[in-house]
Design a protein around this ligand. Structure first.
Ligand code: CMP
Length: 143
C-alpha cells in the first residue's frame, strides 16, 4: 500500500479550502493516516524544497510556504501518489483541467493551493521531514 504527502498551502488554508480538499480524497476512497495544521519554519521549507534551490523563484517559494499555516497530511491507498497528482491537476493552474483541485480553485503558479509528492522517493522523504512515525496511524476500514 502506498503513502503520499499532501499539503494544503497557506493560500488554501486562508481560503477555507481544507475541508473541500480533504473531502475529495476521502470520497475517492483513500485513508487519512496523519494530519496537522502547522506553520512551516524557514529551515523546514528549505529542506522540503531543496530540489528547487537554484530556481529564480526559490526565495519567493520559501517566503510563501512559511507565510501562514499549512495543513500537512499523509494519505494511504493503492497508487495514491500518482492518482493524487492527477486529482491536484497541473502545477500551473492555467494548465490544470477543470475538475482538478488546481483547475477549480487556483489561478497562479505560486499560489496553487496544494503540494503533493511526485514520486515514491519524494513521498518517503517528505513524510519523513514533516511527520514523526508516532504521528502516523494504521487502521483497517471495516465499514
Ligand atoms: P509545488 O508542487 O509545491 O512544488 C514547487 C512549487 O514551486 C510549485 O508547487 C509551485 O507552486 C512553485 N512554482 C513553480 N514555478 C514557479 C514560479 N515561476 N514562480 C513561483 N513559484 C513557482
Amino acid at each position: 500500500m502506498e503513502r503520499t504527502f499532501l499539503m494544503v498551502k497557506p493560500d488554501g488554508v486562508q481560503r477555507n479550502l481544507v475541508g473541500e480538499i480533504v473531502s475529495r480524497f476521502e470520497k475517492k476512497g483513500y485513508n487519512l493516516v496523519g494530519a496537522k495544521l502547522m506553520t512551516v519554519s524557514k529551515d523546514l521549507a528549505e529542506t522540503h524544497y531543496a530540489e528547487h534551490k537554484e530556481r529564480p523563484f526559490f526565495g519567493e517559494l520559501v517566503d510563501f510556504i512559511t507565510s501562514g499555516p499549512v495543513f500537512a497530511m499523509v494519505w494511504e491507498g493503492e497508487k495514491v501518489i500518482s492518482t493524487a497528482r492527477t486529482m491536484m491537476g497541473a502545477t500551473n493552474p492555467a494548465d490544470a483541467a477543470p475538475g482538478t483541485i488546481r483547475g477549480d480553485f487556483a489561478a497562479q503558479v505560486a499560489m496553487n493551493v496544494i503540494h503533493g509528492s511526485d514520486s515514491p522517493e519524494s513521498a518517503v522523504r517528505e513524510i519523513g521531514i514533516f511527520f514523526k512515525e508516532e504521528e502516523l496511524n494504521t487502521y483497517d476500514k471495516t465499514i
